[in-house]
Write a protein that binds this ligand. Structure first.
Ligand SMILES: *[C@@H]1O[C@H](CO)[C@@H](O)[C@H](O)[C@H]1NC(C)=O
Ligand SMILES: *[C@@H]1O[C@H](CO)[C@@H](O)[C@H](O)[C@H]1NC(C)=O
Ligand SMILES: *[C@@H]1O[C@H](CO)[C@@H](O)[C@H](O)[C@H]1NC(C)=O
Ligand SMILES: *[C@@H]1O[C@H](CO)[C@@H](O)[C@H](O)[C@H]1NC(C)=O
Length: 314
C-alpha cells in the first residue's frame, strides 16, 4: 500500500515536472510592432520579438489577412522563403527571423498582419499575435492657403483657397473664421429674400442652398496615378465690420486638413484695410473741426459781443 502510494506520488511529481517543463518551453511573443498607420511613400518594418524560453526555434511565419507571405526556418537552406500575396512587396534584404520590411505599399496593403512563432519538436508549441495596419499618405505639411490679402476694406470680397497636397485617403478640409467653423457661418451670410430681390448677382432661391454654398466654398479634387488625392476648398465672404476683432482689427482664417485620425492646420490673418482707418480718422477729424468751429464761433461771437459791448460802452 505505502509503496504503491509512494510510486503514485513519484509518478504524479514526474508528470507535473514534465508538464511544468513543457509549459516553461512555450514560446511567447514579447512585442509585435505593426504601426496602426503607415505612410505609403515609405517602407515599413514590422517586428516580431519573442521569447523561446530555452527551446529551439522551428519557424517564424508572417501572414497578411491569413495569407502567408514570409517564412523563416533556421534549419532550412536558405532559411527564408517568400510567398506571393497581393499588395505585399518585401525588401528581402531587411527581413530575418525577427522582422519583415514591406516596400511599395499601396492603400490595399492595409490589413491584419500576424506573426506566428513555433518551437522545435517534440512540442511544436506556437505563439501568435496580430495587429491591423492602415496604409495612408499623410500630409507632409500643413495645408496651404492662397489668395488672402494682408488687408481688406469693408464690403470687399475675401476670397481664399486651401489645398491639401497628395494624401490618401482624401483629406477632409474645413475653414474656421475667428475659430468658428465656416459652413454655418457662410449660411448665416445667405442673403435674405429682400436682399435677393434688390439683386446682387446671386439668387439663392433659384440655385438652392447647396449650390449657393458651392459658390461660397468651391471644392476641387484630383487623384494622381498613385492614388494620391489633392483637394482644395475655397472660402468667399464679404468683409463686414463684425468679422474684424481686437485692436488692430483682424480676421483670423484657419484651414484644417484631417486624414485618418490626425489633422494639420494653417492659420493666416488679415487686417481691416488702412483706408478704412483713414476714413474713420477723417470722419473724426471732420467731427473735431466742426467742434473746433463751434468753439471758435463761440469765441468769435464772444469777441464780437465784447467789441459790440466796447462800442456801446465807449
Ligand atoms: C484595391 O482593392 C480594391 C478592391 O479590392 C480595388 O478595386 C482597387 O483597384 C485596388 N487598388 C489598387 C491600387 O490596386
Ligand atoms: C482589425 O480590424 C478588424 C476589422 O476592422 C477587427 O475586427 C479586428 O478586431 C482588428 N484586429 C485587431 C488586432 O485590432
Ligand atoms: C505638392 O506635392 C508635390 C509632390 O509631393 C510637390 O512637388 C509640390 O511642390 C507640392 N505643392 C505644394 C504647393 O506644396
Ligand atoms: C485652389 O487652388 C488649387 C491649387 O492651386 C486649384 O487647383 C484650385 O482650382 C483652386 N480652387 C479654387 C476654388 O480657387
Amino acid at each position: 500500500m505505502r509503496e504503491g502510494d509512494a510510486l503514485r506520488g513519484l509518478l504524479a511529481a514526474a508528470l507535473l515536472l514534465s508538464l511544468a517543463a513543457s509549459a516553461a518551453r512555450k514560446p511567447v511573443i514579447r512585442e509585435l510592432f505593426v504601426p496602426a498607420v503607415a505612410d505609403m511613400r515609405e517602407p515599413v518594418t514590422l517586428w516580431c520579438r519573442y521569447d523561446l524560453a530555452g527551446a529551439r526555434l522551428y519557424s517564424v511565419k508572417w501572414y497578411k489577412d491569413d495569407q502567408e507571405f514570409y517564412r523563416y526556418m533556421p534549419d532550412e537552406q536558405p532559411p527564408a522563403q517568400t510567398f506571393p500575396v497581393p499588395y505585399v512587396s518585401l525588401d528581402e534584404s531587411l527581413c530575418d527571423k525577427e522582422r519583415v520590411t514591406l516596400a511599395q505599399l499601396t492603400f490595399n496593403s492595409s490589413g491584419a498582419y500576424r506573426c506566428e512563432v513555433s518551437v522545435e519538436a517534440p512540442s511544436f508549441d506556437t505563439a501568435h499575435q496580430s495587429a491591423n495596419m492602415s496604409v495612408m499618405a499623410l500630409p507632409r505639411e500643413a495645408p496651404y492657403i492662397e489668395g488672402v490679402a494682408s488687408a481688406y476694406s469693408l464690403g470687399e470680397w475675401v476670397i481664399a483657397n486651401c489645398t491639401s497636397n497628395k494624401t490618401s485617403p482624401q483629406a477632409l478640409l474645413s475653414w474656421y473664421i475667428n475659430g468658428a467653423k465656416a459652413e454655418q457661418w457662410l449660411l448665416d451670410q445667405m442673403p435674405s429674400a429682400e436682399e435677393e430681390a434688390v439683386g446682387d448677382s446671386v439668387s439663392v432661391s433659384s440655385m438652392g442652398v447647396d449650390a449657393w454654398l458651392q459658390t461660397r466654398a468651391p471644392r476641387t479634387h484630383t487623384v494622381d496615378e498613385r492614388g494620391l488625392h489633392t483637394s482644395s476648398l475655397g472660402l468667399r465672404f464679404v468683409a463686414e465690420r463684425r468679422f474684424f476683432q481686437g485692436s488692430p482689427a483682424r480676421v483670423e482664417l484657419r484651414c484644417e486638413a484631417a486624414v485618418g485620425e490626425r489633422s494639420w492646420e494653417r492659420v493666416v490673418s488679415a487686417r481691416l484695410a488702412h483706408a478704412n482707418n483713414q476714413q474713420l480718422r477723417s470722419a473724426s477729424h471732420r467731427l473735431n473741426s466742426a467742434h473746433l468751429l463751434t468753439s471758435s464761433c463761440s469765441v468769435l461771437s464772444a469777441l464780437l459781443a465784447c467789441s459790440l459791448l466796447r462800442l456801446l460802452v465807449s
